[in-house]
Write a protein that binds this ligand. Structure first.
Ligand SMILES: Cc1cc2nc3c(=O)[nH]c(=O)nc-3n(C[C@H](O)[C@H](O)[C@H](O)COP(=O)(O)OP(=O)(O)OC[C@H]3O[C@@H](n4cnc5c(N)ncnc54)[C@H](O)[C@@H]3O)c2cc1C
Length: 609
């Protein structure tokens, strides 16, 4: 049985030991699956009151035993915090709270930790990164703080980082090497080749301004206090330092990606390659305002100290979450899989604990939800428990999305017409873009606007087995295909009807560029937006737990007034990518949430009230 303890503070060592012993006891009871009453006091009085009825001795003995049991439960300790969901952010929050001496329970509905950052043996012998497939955003300070490399985390650099084959047989390779980039871009435009270093320097400049915002708790702009005004000032200061380049920064935040790319470059080959980053996970085309930020969001990370370089995680993306889970367990975090939370228990506007789908209830004064805002506030809570204006704001969050993922086991590498050869080549290492020009993206998006999957979709393919042989059996390869546009909302059809035929369309398209592709396929897994919703509990199949549009970023994520990870329910926090800074395997939301939770706890501890 899990029982409630009031003070979620740091403890002296003797208290921690006593708690630990009690926790183990409490854990055993939790695992027995026995349902408990929400309040010990109620259990005692119910037992005593019922016991006062004119019953024979047998009942007196029974009720006395219940009362003694309830009293003894009062001695047991409970969790200081419960995390709903073991996505990478939930695990990060759990680790930081545990490092501060908290007793943390993580409840995950799937059989495996990791959320959308996971490795699964979908095909025998293959380690498939089911959803997320490349890393660059994961915060290096988290890797260091939690010693994740000592738990096996290894990021493998990709060089080159992208390969775009074109229908006319030409190709473009881009990567971290400026000389190679110049040579490659010059094949299409010397002017662009010369401009490219300045474009990269501009992105670098913007990164120095925007990146620090990722790790702060956004201010409350609805009812700002002194701290919010200070945060706003701190957030705005680096923009001021940009001087005249400030307008460029605001353009990045608001403009269509196409507007920026068209100004910098003339070659469609280069622009199309760069533009794909602007629409990843978005129900938008490069000419949609706000997409420049998505483009930028994707260059904000680094691999081994190299800005904007994306890498593979050895053994698949689950390498991140498995190392986090191992670190968490060493910090005595209890992680339970196949433990879906059905309700968040609230009394008088304050969280009490959670009720699991299997009937059990667990208690803690702090609950952090790694699930998206829609799941947290409309499925796990009753909207009547929320202020109406907050519930209304949550109902307005856009989960529009149009991403589909196909994982493929291959008997041999794709043999590209633009770069012939079955042996692993540089072009197999990075992301392979099937997207010849920006108009192609616009047309693909047009279909989606009218509720149809793209006739000629954009494909972003990666073959991690070329860089990391551990993910596929010898001689075989693993390919991940991220596809746009596959709108969640279809007109006149369902994804259960279209899943396989749309995957066939994607395969036929890839075959135009690499004619051996279709016959090399050994097995495939197709994850439509509906499947992403069903598998990962991602509303609308949105890969970022909510669209990354300007009105849903920073101080507006998840909704204005609650971007600092707090919610209107006391003790309830959001700790996943539904909160600032949004989607991507970054860990920033989880770390920021932990910081806010600890801050609130220490404030409560020292508050005279
Ligand atoms: C197909 C796809 C491809 C992507 N590609 C990339 C990429 O290459 N690189 C990148 O950086 N990002 C990528 N992303 C985005 C990135 O994976 C996510 O933004 C990130 O993993 C979100 O992490 P999170 O911890 O915030 O939430 P999630 O990973 O969504 O984790 C939430 C967890 O909560 C659990 N949960 C939900 N409800 C409950 C409940 N009621 N009870 C218990 N548990 C619950 C879920 O099962 C899940 O495990 C991709 C996402 C998808 C879907």
């Amino acid at each position: 049985m899990c029982t409630k303890r009031k003070q979620p503070a740091a403890f002296p060592p003797h208290a921690v030991n006593a708690q630990r012993a009690n926790l183990i006891e409490g854990k055993k009871r939790c695992q027995s699956g026995r349902k408990v009453l929400p309040g010990r006091g109620k259990a005692i009085s119910a037992a005593l009151m019922e016991g006062l009825a004119p019953l024979h001795v047998h009942n007196w003995v029974r009720y006395t035993a219940i009362a003694i049991q309830a009293l003894s439960d009062m001695k047991t300790t409970n969790y200081d915090a419960i995390i709903i969901g073991a996505g990478h952010n939930g695990l990060v929050t759990a680790c930081y709270l545990a490092r501060a001496g908290w007793k943390v329970l993580v409840l995950e509905r799937r059989y495996i930790v990791g959320g959308a950052c996971v490795t699964e043996e979908t095909f025998p012998g293959f380690k498939v990164s089911t959803a997320a497939y490349v890393n660059s955003l994961f915060r290096k300070e988290i890797i260091q703080d939690l010693h994740l490399e000592s738990y096996g985390l290894k990021i493998l650099e990709r060089n080159p980082s992208s390969f775009t084959p074109f229908p006319d047989g030409r190709h473009l390779l881009l990567g971290p090497d400026p000389t190679v980039n110049h040579l490659q871009i010059a094949k299409f435009s010397l002017r662009d080749a010369n401009a490219y270093p300045a474009y990269e320097a501009m992105l670098e400049r913007m990164a120095t301004v925007l990146e620090p915002l990722l790790t702060i708790s956004p201010p409350n702009l609805v009812t700002p206090g002194l701290r919010d005004l200070w945060t706003l000032y701190r957030a705005g200061k680096p923009f001021q330092a940009l001087g005249p380049a400030m307008s460029e920064a605001f353009e990045i935040l608001t403009a269509p990606a196409r507007q920026i790319l068209d100004r910098w470059f003339e070659s469609e080959a280069l622009k199309a390659t760069l533009a794909t980053d602007a629409v990843i996970g978005a129900m938008a085309s490069p000419s949609t305002p706000g997409t420049a930020y998505v483009l930028f969001h994707h260059v904000m990370g680094e691999t081994n100290g190299k800005r904007g370089v994306w890498g593979y995680v050895q053994g698949g993306m689950g390498g991140i979450t498995q190392s986090l889970a191992a670190a968490a367990r060493d910090l005595r975090v209890e992680i339970r899989c196949e433990a879906e939370v059905a309700r968040i228990l609230v009394r008088d506007g304050t969280v009490q604990g959670v009720a699991l789908a299997k009937g059990e209830e667990c208690y803690a004064p702090v609950i952090a939800s790694n699930a998206d805002a829609q799941v947290t506030f409309t499925r796990l809570l009753d909207s009547k428990q929320l202020p109406p204006e907050f519930a209304e704001a949550v109902s307005r969050i856009s989960y529009e999305s149009a991403s589909l993922k196909i994982n493929v086991a291959l008997g041999e590498l794709p043999n590209f017409l633009a770069c012939p050869g079955l042996e692993p080549g540089p072009h197999h290492r990075g992301t392979i873009h099937i997207c010849p020009d920006q108009d192609y993206i616009e047309r693909a998006f047009d279909d989606a606007k009218y509720g149809q999957p793209s006739q000629r979709p954009i494909l972003e393919c990666t073959i991690p087995s070329v860089v990391d042989p551990t993910v596929a059996p010898a001689g075989k390869h693993l390919m991940s295909i991220f596809v746009q546009y596959a709108p969640y909302r279809l007109r006149g059809a369902t994804w259960d009807d279209l899943r396989e035929s749309f995957a066939d369309r994607c395969f036929a398209l890839l075959n135009e560029y690499a004619p051996n592709f279709q016959r090399a396929v050994l097995a495939r897994q197709v994850l439509t937006p509906l499947d992403l919703e069903r598998t990962f509990n991602l509303t609308g199949g949105n890969i970022f737990q909510g669209a990354m549009t300007l009105n849903q970023l920073f101080a507006c994520r998840p909704v204005p007034g609650f971007a600092d990870y707090h919610t209107p329910i006391r003790g309830l926090y959001l700790c996943g990518s539904a909160a600032h800074p949004g989607g991507g395997v970054m860990g920033a939301a989880g770390a920021n949430a932990a910081r806010e939770i600890l801050r609130a706890a220490s404030f409560r501890r020292f508050s005279p009230l």
